[in-house]
Write a protein that binds this ligand. Structure first.
Ligand code: BGC
Length: 747
C-alpha cells in the first residue's frame, strides 16, 4: 500500500473512532435518560420536578410538611435541599431506592463560601482579584461538601450589585461585569472540578437569574425595572460566563423584571438561556418563587403559577409544592405540553446520570471521606491564604503598618472592639454551625496573640457590643488604650447583618462602634482599625482620622491568623475593592462604570448646573479597584503598539510598573477603556483586563495587555453584540480612579 494511502486510512479510522466515541458517550446518556423517561408515569415525571427542604436551615416560609418520606417512596420527589451528612443522605437515598423506578434523589445545599472550612465571604474573595485562589476555594468547598453526601451547591451567586444596602452583596463578586464574569468562571470550575461524576465534584448553580441585584431601594425580593440594554451589558455577562464554563444548573430569582417575575419569565429562561445560549442543564426556582408569583399579581393561584413557571422554562420547583399539586392536572388539561414536562425531566435525569447516581446512588455518602474533610489542616491553610488575599488596606498613614515584632518586645498592644474575641463573628452569613466550632475558629485575639508571642504584652477590652447603645464599656477601653503602646481595633457588622433578607437603609457602622473608635483615637495612641463586614460600610470619621485601616470583610475560619499575618507584615496586603464605597447612603446606587450625562461635573466641587448634588461630592469614599500595599507602586506612561488598528489586528498596551517602596508586594494592574462615541452611549470607564504582578522592592516590570476588537464589543440597540469603529480611550492604573490614559482608534 502506498504511504499516503495508508496514512489516510489510519487518520480516517482514528477520526471515525474519536467521533463515534464522543457521540456514543452523549448518546448513551441520552438513550439512558430516554429509557427511564419511557417508564415514567406523568405523576412520576412531575415528582422529578419537585424539590423539598430537608430539616436543617430554612431561608423562607416552609409550606405544610406532609409526609415527605412517603412521597420519596412513591417517587414523587426529585431532590431535597438542606439535607447533609453521610448518615442522613444515605437514609433518604435508601427510601428513594424503595420507589418503583428507583430514581436517586439529588441533595442540594447552599455551599456559598466553604462548608466545614469557612472561606471569606464571596465579596471578600472577589477583593483578591486572584482567580486561581478563588477557584481553589470553591474546589475545597466542593471536596468537603461532596464527602458529606451533597451533590449540588446553590452557588455561585453571580448577581451584579450596585447597591450596598442590599444585604446579598456579600454573596457575589461586586459591581463589575468583567470581574464578575471572571469570578463566575473560576467558581464554576472550582465547584465542578474535573467534571460531574468525580466524587469530589459538586454541580454548580448560577443564581439568581436574573437582575436580582438591582432590587429597588436595595430591599431584598423587590422589583427590578431596567432597560434591556443594561440587562445585556451589565447584568447578564456573568451568567453567560457561567454558562460557558459549563455550569450544571441555573436558579431563577424572586424579583420581577420589567413586570414579569423571573420564575415565570419565558424571555429569560427559554429564549435567552435555553435558546440563544443553548444551556443543557436545568433551572431550579428559588425558594417558593413559583408560589410567590401569586402575591406578585402574576398568577391567580398555585395551578396558574405552575402553568406559567413550567411554560416559561422553570424545570424544578423548590419548596412551593405548586408543581407536585398541580402540574399533572395542568398537563391533562392541555395547559402545559407533555413535551415541556419531558424536556424538564430529561434535563434533570441527565444530571443524575452524569453524576453517576444511577450506577451508585450512595456514591457521595462515604463516612471515611467525610471524616478526612473535618478540620482538614491542608484546607485550613488554604483558607488562611485566601483570607489574607481578601483583606484590603484602605489607609496607612506614616507607614504605621506593618507592625514589627522586634520593636514591640516588652511593649503593650491593646486589642479593643466587639469583634476581637468574636468566634463566629468572622464567619458571616451562609455559614453553618458545627458542634465543635469554637475549637477550630481563630478569633482576631488568638491570631494576634499567637503571632506577637510571649514578649509582647497583649491586653483586651471589648468596649461595646456590635449593635449597642450602651457606652458602659468605654471607660475601661480608654484606660486600657492609655496604658498601651499601640491599639488595634476590630469593629463591624454582625454576621447576620448582611445576607439574605438583611437589607439595611443605614449602612453606617452599627451601634456606638464609631464613637468608641473616636474616644480611643483621642488617647493619641497609634491606632489601627480593622473593619469586619459583609458589605461596603460607611465610616467617614474613621476614614478621615484613623491612620491605618484594613477592610477585612468576614474572613472565615482562619480570620485571626490571616489578620495577624497582615498586621505583622508576613503578608503584604494586595486586595482591591470589588465595589465602590459610598460617602453616604444618598449616593446609592453608586458604581464606577456610569454614563457621562450631557452635563458631567468637572470635579467634586463643580456645582454649576451639572449632574451632581449640591451637598455631596459625586466621587465615592473609596473607588472600585482601590487598595493599598505596604509598598508603593509607580506607573509609567502607556505605550501603544499603534495609534489606530483594524478589527482583525491586535493592539498592545504596555506600562512599566515599579515597586518604589521598601517591601516586596503584589499589584493588580487594571485596564479600562472608554468608547468615546457609540450608537448606544457607553460608560466613562469599563474594566477590560487586569494582571497581578509580584514585584520585589526596587524592581520594575513591563506589563503588556493585548486588545482586539472583540474586547470593544457591547450589545447595541438591537441587542447585537458589536464593536463600532471610532475613538477610544484606554486607561491603565492601580484603581478605577487613579490611571494613566492614552487614545486609540478602531478603524
Ligand atoms: C435563596 C437562595 C437559596 C435558597 C435555598 C433562597 O431563599 O434566595 O439563594 O439558594 O433559598 O436555600
Amino acid at each position: 500500500m502506498n504511504k499516503n494511502l495508508s496514512s489516510f486510512i489510519f487518520l480516517t479510522t482514528l477520526l471515525i473512532s474519536l467521533l463515534s466515541n464522543g457521540y456514543a458517550q452523549t448518546k448513551t446518556i441520552d438513550q439512558k435518560v430516554d429509557s427511564v423517561l419511557k417508564l415514567m408515569t406523568l405523576n412520576e415525571k412531575v415528582g422529578q420536578m419537585n424539590q423539598y427542604n430537608g430539616d436543617w436551615d430554612a431561608t423562607g416560609p416552609i409550606t405544610e410538611t406532609g409526609d415527605k418520606q412517603d412521597q420519596i417512596r412513591k417517587g414523587m420527589l426529585g431532590s431535597m435541599l438542606n439535607v447533609t451528612g453521610v448518615e442522613h443522605t444515605t437514609e433518604l437515598q435508601k427510601m428513594a431506592m424503595q420507589s418503583r423506578l428507583k430514581i436517586p434523589l439529588l441533595f442540594g445545599q447552599d455551599i456559598i463560601h466553604g462548608y466545614r472550612t469557612v472561606f471569606p465571604i464571596p465579596l471578600g474573595e472577589a477583593a483578591s482579584w486572584d482567580m486561581n485562589a478563588i477557584e481553589q476555594s470553591a474546589r475545597i468547598a466542593a471536596t468537603e461538601a461532596s464527602a458529606a453526601g451533597i451533590h449540588w451547591t446553590f452557588a455561585p451567586m453571580v448577581d451584579i450589585a450596585r447597591d450596598p444596602r442590599w444585604g446579598r452583596v456579600m454573596e457575589g463578586a461586586g459591581e463589575d461585569p468583567y470581574l464578575g464574569s471572571m469570578i463566575a468562571t473560576a467558581r464554576v470550575k472550582g465547584f465542578q472540578g474535573k467534571g460531574l461524576g468525580h466524587t469530589d465534584a459538586l454541580m454548580a448553580c448560577a443564581k439568581h437569574y436574573t437582575a436580582y441585584g438591582a432590587a429597588i431601594g436595595g430591599r431584598d425580593y423587590n422589583s427590578v425595572d431596567m432597560s434591556l440594554n443594561t440587562l445585556w451589558n451589565i447584568y447578564l455577562p456573568p451568567f453567560k460566563a457561567a454558562e460557558e464554563a459549563g455550569v450544571a444548573t441555573f436558579m431563577n430569582s424572586f424579583n420581577t423584571l420589567n413586570g414579569i417575575p423571573a420564575t415565570g419569565n419565558k424571555y429569560l429562561q427559554t429564549d435567552i438561556l435555553k435558546g440563544q445560549w443553548k444551556f443543557k442543564g436545568f433551572i431550579v426556582s428559588d425558594w417558593n418563587s413559583v408560589g410567590e408569583m401569586i402575591p406578585h399579581g402574576f398568577a391567580k393561584d398555585a395551578y396558574d403559577a405552575s402553568v406559567k413557571a413550567a411554560n416559561a422554562g422553570n424545570d424544578m420547583d423548590m419548596e412551593s409544592r405548586s408543581y407536585i399539586q398541580n402540574l399533572a392536572k395542568a398537563v391533562r388539561d392541555g395547559k402545559v405540553p407533555m413535551a415541556r414536562i419531558d424536556d424538564a425531566v430529561r434535563r434533570i435525569l441527565r444530571k443524575k446520570f452524569e453524576l453517576g447516581l444511577f450506577n451508585n446512588p450512595f456514591k457521595f455518602s462515604n463516612k471515611e471521606r467525610e471524616q478526612q474533610q473535618w478540620n482538614n489542616p491542608k484546607n485550613l491553610a488554604i483558607e488562611k491564604t485566601m483570607a489574607e488575599k481578601s483583606i484590603v488596606l484602605l489607609k496607612n498613614k506614616n507607614q504605621l503598618l506593618p507592625l514589627n515584632k522586634e520593636n514591640l518586645k516588652g511593649k503593650t498592644i491593646a486589642l479593643i472592639g466587639p469583634f476581637i474575641k468574636g468566634v463566629r463573628d468572622n464567619l458571616g452569613f451562609w455559614s453553618y454551625t458545627w458542634p465543635d466550632d469554637s475549637a477550630r475558629i481563630i478569633s482576631p485575639y488568638d491570631g494576634i496573640k499567637n503571632k506577637a508571642g510571649n514578649d509582647v504584652n497583649i491586653v483586651y477590652a471589648k468596649g461595646c457590643n456590635i449593635n449597642d447603645t450602651s457606652l458602659a464599656g468605654f471607660v475601661e477601653a480608654i484606660e486600657l488604650a492609655k496604658k498601651a503602646d499601640i491599639v488595634i481595633m476590630d469593629v463591624g457588622e454582625a454576621p447576620d447583618w448582611s445576607g439574605e433578607a438583611k437589607s439595611r437603609s443605614n449602612i453606617h457602622l452599627p451601634g456606638v462602634q464609631e464613637q468608641l473608635v473616636k474616644v480611643i483615637a483621642e488617647t493619641g495612641k497609634p491606632l489601627i482599625v480593622m473593619i469586619s463586614a459583609g458589605r461596603p460600610l460607611i465610616f467617614n470619621w474613621i476614614a478621615d482620622n484613623v491612620p491605618s485601616i484594613l477592610y477585612a470583610w468576614w474572613l472565615g475560619t482562619e480570620a485571626g491568623d490571616a489578620m495577624a499575618d497582615v498586621l505583622f507584615g508576613d503578608y503584604n496586603p494586595s486586595g482591591k475593592l470589588p465595589m465602590s464605597f459610598p460617602r453616604t447612603e444618598g449616593q446609592i446606587p453608586i458604581y464606577y462604570n456610569h454614563l457621562n450625562t450631557g452635563r458631567p461635573a468637572k470635579n467634586d466641587s463643580d456645582l454649576n448646573y451639572v449632574s451632581s448634588y449640591i451637598d455631596l461630592p459625586n466621587s465615592p469614599k473609596f473607588p472600585f479597584g482601590y487598595g493599598l500595599s505596604y509598598t508603593t507602586f509607580s506607573y509609567g506612561d502607556i505605550s501603544l503598539s499603534a495609534k489606530s488598528f483594524k478589527p482583525n489586528e491586535t493592539l498592545t498596551a504596555s506600562v512599566t510598573i515599579s515597586n518604589t517602596g521598601k517591601y516586596n508586594g503584589t499589584e493588580t494592574v487594571q485596564l479600562y477603556i472608554r468608547d468615546m462615541v457609540a450608537s448606544v452611549v457607553q460608560p466613562v470607564k469599563e474594566l477590560k483586563g487586569f494582571q497581578q504582578i509580584f514585584l520585589k522592592a526596587g524592581e520594575s516590570k513591563k506589563v503588556t495587555f493585548k486588545l482586539t476588537a472583540n474586547d470593544l464589543k457591547f450589545y447595541n440597540e438591537k441587542l447585537n453584540y458589536v464593536y463600532e469603529p471610532g475613538d477610544f480611550k484606554i486607561f491603565i492604573g492601580t484603581n478605577s480612579n487613579d490611571v494613566k490614559e492614552a487614545d486609540f482608534t478602531l478603524q
